[in-house]
Design a protein around this ligand. Structure first.
Ligand SMILES: [Zn+2]
Length: 489
């Protein structure tokens, strides 16, 4: 560009910016047509400008502190409503508690809504807390450094929130003909699964977002040696159940200990439970996952994946895979993690009670009673009781991996990532999708950003970060998936 041209651009930009309340970007770079020419085969064109805008939305969302508790999702909902209003889309803010809201917006395919076809784009606005002393930057400052955006929630789940918003807005800008309603839903209280969460939304407002298909977090695009190794599309998830171990004894002076010290009984019970390994139970989704992964893993791992079910070698194969990767271990069996211990008030006082908490993750279809029966036999101590806590998760049916939507996700993702395998996936963590599956929604999990292990393990941890290039790729992927599934060519 010549000097004259550059000078003109800057003057033009400034003039436009000043006359438009400072909203420079949209004026300098007019909104690109997100969709291609109708008679071309290309439904979605270059999305890089759209990703640039979505990056700004993500930055603003990170700056709105929605640490849960207390959540404060209403501020994020209002911000999103403002972004949508600029596009001529009227969103509805759904109140779910003081300072807590969800947001829903709909693009219609016809005058009468048909939930049996509708597609729901879901992401949550709340984030988990931070340990500020472990961050070298402000976790809510949305700092960009060396190609990464740092901030609480950039991966979980504000990145997806912004990508969903981009895919949704692209449909509106493209003035396309939709073959189904597309609904954008931003939820609250996902991280605590409390009274402001999706279960309340479903109970109070289900008809505002009832849909047959949904896309949510829960899946992953796995980056290994700078290449996408595979895409995991979550169609199922484990069920979280908390169980208290309660040991009862006799309190007394610590100078005269007895065999009835509950601290000793509790410690023995934790030792037995913590070293227990539940039997392997391969679900259909997990079988398909290992089958697909066996083709691309290193040969010494791949060969064990291929015989995971073989009568003579399965036991050894399952042990090798369990030891190779804690996620694979958890995908094959119920797991139990002791996480909290509580006992005593003074160092010289034997307490009358000692407690610990177990975080149990059941395979879908397994029941807690069967597992507790095993654990009670193992502990074999009348002073110790296992008590299921009321805050348990829900066991939901799998989403089908035969639907048109699943096939579309597979097709578009494979194309996006140069033919990388796309595998059905069961997440070991819980998501809002269980709620949706219980309402007959075919819900799939996909965090669309290619992340290396190094970045993946920062989710819920210190210095959470998202490579900006991965974000742009995720915006592109979501835009294409949504358009391919819901636009009539
Ligand atoms: Zn999340």
């Amino acid at each position: 560009m010549s000097w004259e041209h550059r000078g003109f651009s800057i003057l033009f930009a400034l003039a436009m910016g000043l006359s438009n309340g400072g909203y420079l970007r949209a004026q300098v770079n007019p909104k690109p047509p997100a969709m291609g020419i109708p008679d071309s085969n290309v439904l979605v064109g270059d999305t890089s400008a759209l990703a640039g805008e979505a990056q700004e939305w993500l930055i603003e969302l990170v700056k709105i502190n929605t640490t849960n508790p207390p959540g404060n999702e209403q501020a994020a909902a209002k911000y999103i409503a403002g972004v949508l209003a600029k596009e001529g889309i009227t969103a509805e803010i759904l109140d779910v508690g003081p300072g807590r809201s969800a947001l829903v917006a709909r693009l219609r395919s016809s005058a009468v809504a048909d939930p049996s076809k509708a597609l729901l784009l879901v992401a949550h606005m709340d984030v988990v807390g931070v340990d500020r002393s472990k961050w070298s930057m402000d976790p809510f400052g949305a700092v960009i450094k060396d190609g990464y955006l740092y901030g609480r929630g950039v991966c979980d789940d504000k990145g997806m929130l912004a990508a969903n918003l981009a895919a949704f807005i692209a449909l509106k800008r493209g003035s396309v003909h939709l073959n189904r309603d597309v609904i954008f839903l931003a939820t609250a209280d996902e991280e605590q699964f409390g009274d402001a969460s999706l279960k309340t939304l479903i109970a109070k407002y289900w008809d505002k977002f009832a849909a047959a298909y949904a896309i949510n977090e829960g899946g992953k695009v796995v980056l290994k040696n700078s290449k996408v190794q595979y895409v995991g599309v979550q169609a199922s998830e484990k069920v979280a159940i908390n169980v208290a171990i309660v040991a009862k004894g006799k309190s007394g002076h610590a100078s005269m200990p007895t065999k009835e010290n509950p601290v000793v009984h509790l410690a023995a019970a934790i030792d037995k439970i913590g070293n227990y390994t539940a039997p392997v139970h391969l679900t259909s989704i997990v079988r398909r996952y290992f089958e697909g992964l066996s083709a691309i893993e290193d040969d010494d791992i791949g060969k064990w994946m291929r015989v995971i079910d073989a009568p003579d070698r399965s036991e050894h194969a399952q042990r090798v895979l369990s030891e190779a990767n804690p996620m694979w271990n958890s995908m094959m069996r119920d797991t139990i993690a002791p996480t909290m211990i509580q006992a005593g008030v003074r160092v010289n006082v034997i307490p009358s009670e000692a407690r610990a908490m177990l975080n149990i993750r059941l395979l879908p279809g397994d029941t807690i009673d069967v597992l507790l029966n095993e654990l009670n036999k193992l502990v074999n101590d009348p002073a110790v009781q296992l008590v299921v806590q009321p805050d348990s998760g829900l066991s939901a049916p799998n989403s089908s991996i035969e639907t048109d939507f699943y096939n579309e996700i597979v097709k578009v993702s494979a194309k996006e990532f140069g033919g990388a395998p796309v595998l059905p996936f069961m997440s070991t963590g819980a998501t809002d999708s269980a709620q949706l599956r219980l309402h007959n929604v075919q819900a799939y999990g996909l965090r669309p950003f290619p992340l290396a292990e190094e970045d993946d393990r920062r989710v819920h941890g210190d210095e959470e970060r998202l490579p900006l290039a991965a974000f742009a790729k995720g915006v592109d992927l979501m835009t294409r998936i949504v358009a391919e599934f819901s636009v009539t060519r």
